[in-house]
Design a protein around this ligand. Structure first.
Ligand code: NAD
Ligand code: DAU
Length: 353
């Protein structure tokens, strides 16, 4: 894919998307990067202040469910590559409002596939549609083992069901219309600019404010955490060097029980905030479990390591230190994204706890 010159990145104002946009804009000045985002509650152009004036960067506000808008954008910008990250991404919200996940993650993805297919109209040489997906499509691990690229899909939440459906549509367009695609399934990301509805930034925000730290159930669920910039690096290498029609699992070899992770964050923040050891851990509060809560995710990332030479670049300890440092240095960002609608979301979601 070395010939690609114009790349449409969807969801570029979100957490992972903003890291992908930043990486592509700065690393590939010869490429034009079009960031298409609807700016939902999760989209924030503040995430991209450092690159917004770059000559090879353009932002377009649009909804991936809007076929007419997509048609115009493809006609105007003529992308030869698409990196599709736009999605509703929070499992808890998918439990309270599954339809939003069906319309954006399923119908939005199919609408985007149609736009690419029509714009490229069979002239597929040098074109690539990259669909960014999640390890949650594989379901929940109970008896050890890892998700490989061959693991059968078994989604358990409305979010993962909608992502699984979108993955199936991407592969179906590849098979039926020969649309050139590549797909990846990644484990839990963490890092800067992460919306504080998700575990790590929520805990960091609550620790700094001395608010209760809501741990679902017994805190025994296990996630495999990857630094977001390592995910962006994996997306870069897959976009440029991944096999046509290929699937790549991406993970951090880094499994943590939620309760152990929260204790680690408390220790790091006690040290950085000059609090006495054990002070923040006293805020830990066990709350009602998430409905249908997946027990464990763990990725076997040996294919991408073997075939494309990608590996996580930093340890979890280092990544968490950097992450906490970023949030403490950017408390205005946290204050901004947690004002307004976030307060209502938080009150409604955690009030039953
Ligand atoms: P996010 O919620 O932080 O960002 C999603 C972005 O998509 C936002 O900028 C939002 O405005 C935009 N968006 C939402 N609906 C849209 C629509 N209808 N039209 C256009 N834009 C819309 O999500 P994230 O955590 O950065 O995840 C990005 C992608 O990566 C998602 O597809 C997600 O499934 C996948 N993923 C996430 C993780 C993770 O740990 N966060 C792990 C693996 C895969
Ligand atoms: O595995 C990849 C997925 O990781 C992505 O596809 C999703 O978009 C992303 O949101 C993430 O899903 P999780 O459900 O694993 O992430 P979340 O941060 O919501 O929760 C992580 C774990 O922490 C999970 O076991 C639930 C628990 N949790 C979460 C919150 C928000 C708590 O115990 N308390 C909380 O308040």
């Amino acid at each position: 894919m070395s010939g690609t010159r114009t790349i449409l990145i969807t969801g570029g104002a979100g957490f992972i998307g903003s890291h992908v946009v930043r990486r592509f804009v700065t690393k590939y000045p010869q490429h034009r990067i079009i960031n298409l985002d609807a700016l939902t509650y999760a989209g924030n152009l503040e995430n991209l202040r450092d690159v917004e004036h770059a000559p090879n960067y353009t932002f377009v506000k649009a909804d991936i469910r809007d076929a007419e808008a997509l048609k115009k954008i493809f006609a105007e910008h003529r992308p030869d590559g698409v990196i599709h990250l736009a999605a509703e991404s929070h499992v808890d919200r998918s439990i309270s409002d599954p339809m939003a996940f069906v319309t954006t993650n399923v119908i939005g993805t199919v609408t985007l596939l149609n736009a690419a297919r029509e714009a490229w109209s069979g002239a597929f040489a040098g074109k690539r549609f990259y669909h960014v997906s999640t390890d949650e499509v594989y379901g929940s691990l109970h008896d050890g083992g890892f998700f490989t690229e061959e693991t059968a899909y078994d989604p358990q939440s409305p979010y993962s069901a909608s992502k699984a459906a979108s993955d199936h549509f991407v592969r179906a367009y590849g098979n039926t219309y020969r649309l050139p695609f590549v797909l990846s399934n990644c484990s839990n990301n963490y890092g800067s600019h992460h919306f504080p509805e998700k575990l790590i930034p929520l805990m960091i925000n609550n620790i700094r404010l001395r608010k209760p730290l809501p741990v679902y159930g017994k805190g025994e669920n296990v996630r495999d955490w990857l630094w977001v910039e390592d995910h962006a690096a994996a997306i870069d290498v897959i976009f440029h060097q991944g096999a046509d029609g290929g699937t790549y699992n991406i993970g951090g070899h880094n499994e943590w029980r939620n309760i152990d992770l929260v204790h680690l964050l408390c220790r790091i923040m006690d040290r950085k905030l000059g609090r006495s050891e054990g002070e923040s851990a006293q805020l830990i509060t066990y709350v009602t479990d998430r409905a249908g809560h997946d027990l464990r995710y763990a990725i076997d990332a040996s294919k991408i390591e073997r075939e494309l030479g990608w590996r996580p670049s930093i340890t979890f300890e280092e990544g968490l230190e950097r992450t906490v440092d970023w949030y403490l240095a950017n408390q205005a960002w946290l204050d901004h994204v947690t004002s307004g609608a976030y307060q209502q979301y938080y009150a409604a979601h955690y009030k039953a706890q």
